[in-house]
Design a protein around this ligand. Structure first.
Ligand code: UT7
Length: 323
């Protein structure tokens, strides 16, 4: 059977780092509150004129270089973002042009913080049904542009960044010992749309709008949904959480990450964390965390990884991968 193997990863973070203390100079907050409630110590913020497509292109370039591949080798780009450069065309097409890729297909996927898992699932499905032999899957965001910098309940939580992976079609035996993507689970429940949304858009206000969140409610849903989607996804492959080498959780809040790990019975040293350095980068959070653990040598060939995320919609999902 055809599997999609993940050949490589790459990531990019804007140069500018904003610490909690710097935010506390402008709004009524403190490093102590932010660290205690979220685990976040700093975030990266894109420079003026630095767009989601720029971050995405840099991450994609790095992933391609690591895979020893050129843009011309890629059949498909699926880019997950909730902060596109423009309403249309898809930011993925800008990345395609930036990379010098003149064939294939490129489009965006919108599932907010779950976007990378959704994009990975779409690209994997297209590879499995023979529509593409290779794909770039990217998560890229400039959430700093949709934050209300006077709302201390949200502006301290998010950051900018991008991560990418290169997928390639490979033959597998159809067992959980195969390298590549073994299973996906995607969920959404639109009844909770108002818990996390942007109060603007082309069809409503005609403005880009700002992020609004009922943090405590989102927190409750996250803790309940994430552990169950991990177990559900592992079950599809006939495995349990005890088989995991690494849990790569969406980096929204250290308390959510810890609670999910505890529910699954995983020790903290099996859980990848970057929320302290990156804050919540929405669709970029998973490929950024994955790339951090690949780059520092923690993730090794043939290890079993589970990526999970939850975000606005509400949406949530997970992907099981043998690296
Ligand atoms: O990626 C998508 C998924 N998103 C998430 O997973 C986010 C989920 N939610 C969370 O991470 C947490 O709910 C937050 C970190 C957003 C908030 O933590 P919390 O423990 O739920 O705090 P809270 O919202 O209940 O606020 C507690 C207090 C409030 O004051 P009062 O009403 O108790 O006097 C807030 O006004 O903390 C106050 N507060 C702040 N204080 C200092 C809220 N934001 C801040 C702040 N600095 N930045």
């Amino acid at each position: 059977m055809i599997r999609s193997t993940i050949e490589s990863s790459g990531s990019y973070l804007p140069e500018r780092i904003v610490t909690n203390d710097e935010l506390a100079l402008k709004i009524d907050t403190s490093d102590e509150w932010i660290v205690q409630r979220s685990g976040i110590r700093q975030r990266h913020v894109a420079a003026d004129g630095e767009f989601t497509s720029h971050l995405a292109t840099r991450a994609a370039d790095r992933a391609l270089a690591r895979a020893g591949m050129a843009a011309a080798d890629i059949d498909l780009i699926v880019l997950a973002t909730a902060t596109p450069d423009q309403t249309f065309p898809a930011t993925a097409t800008k990345v395609q042009a930036n990379l010098g890729m003149t064939r294939g297909a490129a489009f965006d996927v919108q599932a907010v913080c779950s976007g990378f898992v959704y994009a990975l699932s779409v690209a994997d499905s297209m590879i499995k049904c023979g529509m593409a032999g290779t794909a770039l899957v990217i998560g890229a965001e400039t959430f700093s542009r949709i934050l209300d910098w006077n709302d201390r309940g949200t502006c301290v939580l998010f950051g900018d960044g991008a991560g990418a992976v290169v997928l390639k079609a490979a033959q597998g035996n159809g067992t959980s010992a195969d390298r590549g993507i073994l299973a996906h689970t995607l969920h959404s429940d639109g009844r909770h749309h108002d818990l996390l949304y942007v109060d603007g858009g082309p069809s409503t206000t005609g403005t880009a709008g700002f992020l609004r969140m009922q943090g405590r409610e989102v927190f409750k849903h996250a803790v309940a949904n994430l552990a169950s989607v991990v177990a559900e996804t592992m079950g599809q492959a006939g495995l349990g959480p005890e088989n995991l080498d690494w849990l790569i959780p969406h980096q929204a809040n250290q308390r959510i990450i810890d609670a999910t790990g505890r529910k699954l019975g995983l020790s903290a040293d099996k859980v990848v964390g970057t929320v302290d350095r990156h804050a919540n980068t929405s669709a970029a959070s998973l490929p950024l965390a994955l790339d951090a653990a690949v780059s520092d040598g923690r993730i090794r060939r043939d290890q079993l990884l589970l990526l999970e995320a939850m975000g606005g919609g509400l949406t949530w999902g997970a992907s099981l991968v043998r690296w």
